[in-house]
Design a binder for this molecule. Structure first.
Ligand code: FEO
Length: 169
């Protein structure tokens, strides 16, 4: 694999592992707030991000590149409200989408069809990631400070489970 694609993919897998860290930190915030459903949802989200990072690891190895793990930034540990946390999650997903798009541009520029093909999974995944986070943001905006509304959303989000195969498909 070409060196600049290898470098860009290594940088991106770091961003996916940072996402896992960020959502795990949000899970801990929700647990401390006794919002166990939101905590469970964020834990699953964190697991999914780890799977995303590993997809990049496997691809780099499969293509004869070299994985170079980098330091993972420290995420925040507090948010001022559940809405603020989910808003940040949504903004973060938009950032990840922009990074994926840049990788696609690079793969195209380098005529790397294998990388282009690999990235298409992430292009579709990001549509879903953004939509899911945005939907929760809108629901939280709608309930505002209503504790019953917040409890209902918390219960709904708590039904999410981690399915490793689904996370990678
Ligand atoms: Fe792996 Fe949420 O993007």
């Amino acid at each position: 694999m070409k060196k600049d694609i290898e470098k860009a993919f290594n940088d991106h897998l770091n961003a996916e592992f940072f996402s896992a860290y960020l959502y795990l930190s949000m899970a801990n915030y929700f647990a401390a707030e006794n919002l166990d459903g939101m905590a469970a949802w964020m834990r699953v989200q964190s697991e999914e991000e780890r799977v995303h990072g590993m997809k990049f690891v496997d691809f780099i190895n499969d293509r004869g590149g070299r994985v170079a793990l980098q330091k993972i930034d420290q995420p925040a540990i507090e948010w001022k409200s559940p809405l603020a946390a989910f808003q940040e999650a949504y903004d973060h997903e938009c950032l990840i989408s922009a990074k994926i798009n840049e990788l696609v541009d690079l793969a195209n520029k380098q005529n790397d069809h294998a990388a282009h093909n690999f990235l298409q999974w992430f292009v579709s995944e990001q549509v879903e990631e953004e939509a899911t986070a945005q939907r929760i943001v809108e629901q939280l905006k709608r309930v505002g400070d209503n504790p019953v509304g917040l409890m209902i959303i918390d219960q709904q989000l708590g039904s999410r489970t981690f399915a490793p195969a689904e996370a990678a498909d």
